[in-house]
Design a protein around this ligand. Structure first.
Ligand code: URA
Length: 172
């Protein structure tokens, strides 16, 4: 994946069988948005709605994310949105370590092609995979990290699905 350009990368993801998630997916969820965006948002993995539609963040959590972007004057089409994992984990369970490892080259290549000015990592699974840490989101948020390779500024915040469960945290 590390040498592929957008179209080939998308095709490689669509046919990927590198982990068991390919046996239960409806389709892969590659990513969506502006390939020249300065802001990239990285979530965890597709849920049922994303698995059905082939696009990240289109379910309830996605609607909240879209509303949050609009609140800061950004349309979905102005940013790039992707997930750490391109296939839906059954029952929305956390991805296994092997699944995240198998999928990592795809996201890393997306980041390398995009060269965003800022990565917004939403939720624990995204933050842990991108930063290689096990610190809580509560501790990771509020400061600027760096994504390697590329030395790209990265900030962490709560996952919109978490904010749907704990709306009192939205103000943060
Ligand atoms: N949650 C995520 O992390 N990603 C999606 O695409 C949808 C829900």
């Amino acid at each position: 994946p590390s040498t592929l350009y957008w179209n080939e990368l998308r095709t490689a993801v669509a046919g990927c069988q590198a982990c068991d998630l390919h046996t239960t997916r409806t389709q892969t969820v590659f990513g969506v948005g502006d390939q020249n965006a300065s802001l990239m948002i990285v979530g965890e993995a597709p849920g049922a709605d994303e698995d059905r539609q082939g696009e990240p963040f289109v379910g309830r959590a996605g609607q909240l994310l879209t509303a949050m972007l609009e609140a800061i004057g950004l349309g979905r089409e102005q940013v790039y949105i992707a997930n750490v994992i391109k296939c839906r984990p059954p029952g929305n369970r956390d991805p296994h370590v092997e699944e995240a490892a198998a999928c990592q080259p795809y996201l890393h290549r997306q980041i390398e092609l995009l060269q965003p000015r800022l990565i917004l990592s939403v939720g624990r699974v995204s933050a842990h995979n991108l930063l290689g840490t096990e610190e809580s989101v509560g501790r990771l948020r509020g400061r600027t990290h760096r994504f390697e390779p590329g030395d790209i500024p990265l900030i962490v915040t709560y996952h919109p699905a978490y904010l749907l469960r704990r709306p009192q945290e939205k103000a943060k």
